[in-house]
Design a protein around this ligand. Structure first.
Ligand SMILES: Cc1cc2nc3c(=O)[nH]c(=O)nc-3n(C[C@H](O)[C@H](O)[C@H](O)COP(=O)(O)OP(=O)(O)OC[C@H]3O[C@@H](n4cnc5c(N)ncnc54)[C@H](O)[C@@H]3O)c2cc1C
Length: 460
């Protein structure tokens, strides 16, 4: 039987997670030099780097539930160099700036791996790169264009594989080609966020859990238990941002769902390959992402019901039965030999999508308000780059990071309901239909329907 919800598979199977009580909540008004709202990767990395750079700073993190409750404790564990909006930043600020941004992301993957090792965080890290596969002629066309674009942004170490080489690496049914990048690693997302929280505390960061922030305003974060006053208030709430006062239409909370198999026997792995543990993705419009876990399961995710009316988010990670079925069918189409394999867990989480699909990091020095996010599903590494950038912004230092083109980017707000809901439903219906047509017809090019959806949504 599939366990649905329970935050995530990572949480449900992590010894100690459910048994450990949350850290103490805030109990009274207090002050700090920097208050950070949100105990995910963005908030915790920011606290970590600020405290490393300026040990005397008093830094308080306020988390509504517990560190890792959000996407940081639920994601697919792709630590990779993708950043949402790079191509748009190239169009807005020039190719060179976007190339620097890409280079910073490449270095970020190594930075996370290095700090994880330095801090003794065992997050099942395995650097096997990222393998992105095409399974239809239209996907192959997109794969080649994607591969060429990545080379043009400086990824000279990326490799293009034909069908045979792809299937030698992972035996994926219908694979017609793939693009492999060394700038990626498989991680256990929850172990990373928990280890990071512990590393912050060792440095002297104060973390209050079970402490929802009801209002963020210049120089204060308000909770039911007291107000924290600080010159800098940093909003690190990504997919939950729409629930904050005044933020309903800033970042759309997009759902992503995952399933995981039971551990697979060695004989199955002998057939499948996947011995280098690259994280795996595809070139479908409604794309999937997967990893081979440290305990030899396959965890695979994709969009189920992408968006809930009125920007609602889930509570405990439950996903729809239809989504579990759809993800299982997708898994078995990739690996027909696994058909009937037990799916032990299913869950979902929310990520933040800006109207122009561009990740941002910002600090307004006049109000002391800062934020980072809008990573559109590529936040595991990007949150680390955002955090180091927020550190430099708070410390008032002009650095290579603060000069990157995503810093201070402004984006327009999403449409009000019901247009927001209708738009996202139509977009994903169009992508699903485009994928169906491309598979059925074997046409060599992307369907006009998907191109239209991309143009209307502002996704590309
Ligand atoms: C199912 C899924 C799979 C994904 N897979 C990948 C992947 O493989 N690779 C990748 O790069 N990205 C992936 N992502 C995206 C990535 O996980 C996120 O972009 C990243 O974790 C965001 O980190 P964050 O700290 O900004 O936000 P979160 O991890 O969501 O943390 C925000 C925190 O703020 C807290 N909070 C919210 N509101 C308040 C409030 N009012 N008061 C106090 N606290 C509050 C929340 O409880 C939460 O803990 C995935 C996302 C999902 C949902």
């Amino acid at each position: 039987m599939t366990i649905n919800g329970g935050i995530s598979f990572w949480y449900a199977t992590d010894p100690g997670s459910a048994a450990t009580p949350p850290r103490a909540p805030l109990t009274a008004d207090t002050t700090a030099d920097v208050v950070i709202v949100g105990g995910g990767y963005t908030g915790l990395w920011t606290a970590y780097y600020l405290k490393q750079a300026a040990p005397d700073l008093h830094i308080t993190v306020l988390e509504q539930k517990f560190c890792g409750y959000g996407a940081s404790g639920r994601n697919g564990g792709w630590l990779y160099n993708g950043i949402a909006g790079r191509d748009r930043y190239a169009a807005l600020h020039g190719h060179e700036g976007a190339r620097r941004l890409q280079n910073a992301m490449n270095e970020t993957v190594t930075e996370v791996i290095d700090v994880t090792a330095k801090e003794g965080i065992d997050a099942d890290v395995h650097r096997g790169g990222v393998l992105e596969v095409a399974r239809t002629p239209a996907q192959l066309g997109r794969l080649k264009a994607f591969h060429a674009a990545e080379l043009s942004f400086g990824e000279s170490d990326r490799e293009l594989f034909d069908a045979t080489e792809t299937r030698r690496r992972i035996d994926i049914a219908d694979a017609v080609g793939s693009s492999w990048s060394p700038h990626g690693a498989r991680i256990h997302p929850l172990k990373l966020v928990k280890g990071l929280a512990a590393a912050c505390e060792r440095l002297g960061v104060v973390i209050h859990e079970s402490t929802p922030v009801t209002e963020i305003a210049p120089r204060r974060a308000v909770t039911p238990y007291g107000t924290v006053r600080a010159p800098y208030v940093l909003r690190c709430t990504e997919g939950f941002t729409a629930a904050l006062k005044g933020q309903k239409r800033s970042w759309l909370p997009m759902n992503s769902s995952m399933i995981v198999t039971a551990p697979l026997p060695a004989a199955t792995w002998d057939q499948l390959g996947w011995s280098d543990f690259p994280v795996l993705g595809d070139m479908a419009h409604a794309y999937m992402y997967a990893q081979r876990t440290a305990d030899d399961r396959i965890a695979i995710g994709g969009r189920g019901v992408p968006y809930r009316f009125g920007s609602r988010t889930d509570n405990d990670g439950r996903t729809q039965p239809a989504t579990i079925e759809a993800l299982s069918a997708l898994l078995f189409s990739f690996f027909p030999q696994l058909t009937g394999t037990e799916i032990t867990h299913a869950w979902s989480g929310v990520l933040g999508v800006p109207r122009d699909w561009c990740a941002t990091v910002t600090l307004d020095r006049t109000t002391g308000l800062g934020w980072a996010g809008g990573y559109v599903g590529s936040g595991v590494a990007t949150a680390n780059l955002a955090a180091r950038t927020l550190r430099d912004l708070v410390l008032g230092e002009s650095t290579d990071l603060t000069a990157l083109p995503w810093v201070g980017h402004k984006v327009r707000r999403w449409e009000p309901e019901p247009f927001r809901w209708l738009g996202v439903q139509a977009l994903y219906a169009a992508y699903r239909e485009a994928d169906r047509r491309e598979t059925a017809t074997h046409r060599p090019t992307t369907t006009p329907l998907a191109r239209l959806a991309d143009r209307i949504s502002g996704r590309h």
